[in-house]
Design a protein. Sequence first.
Length: 229
Amino acid sequence: MQRELVLVVDDNADIRHFVRTSLEEEGLRVIEADDGSSALSKFHDSKPSVIILDLSIGQPDGFEVCREIRKTSTVPIIMLTNRGEEMDEAMCLAAGADDYITKPVSSRILNLRVTTQLRHRSLGVVIGATVLEVENLSLNTESRELMVGTERVALTKTEYDFFRLLMEQPTRVFTREQVIEAIGGSVDFSSDHLLDTHASRLRLKIKAAGGPRVISAIRGVGYRLIPLQ
């Protein structure tokens, strides 16, 4: 079986060497890019399983590269930054990143974050599939039926639209605006708390059927299906 490929994007050669060495010790293959343009080129040519992307690379910067990749791919993206500010984390997740690491980072934490994304990626589903499955949750897009194991969960139209969006890309963070745009045709979201109410009701319904707590609210950003940790 071919080993998973990781694309490492950083303009600092020492950082790239550290990341490469750490990941290769875990049995992963690594390719490198030192700016945004070469990152996009290598992404399209090599189709990596995970991307580790520095926030402050040259133009296009990390945000722009992340947004460009998100137009065509759900590949897991881990952003690297020198700052640990909450606003940076929110901006990274809003741009489409799956995780966020503040430098310096240890080899152990780096490897853990990458292997976590690879594990989550294996839970992903194909958009447009008749049945979307994550853990013991199964959503039939034809019958609009949610099953938790063998237990059927009744959903309103808004709850179905909300949950289907999350199920289609289970490791992606969707901003509140993206969720509202996807399901807003079915309800008036003039209240800031209405979306939170729908998320809470979904959690309660899934929990009552014996399912896991899979809907996570990312503070200042939106929602994702599978938690970062």
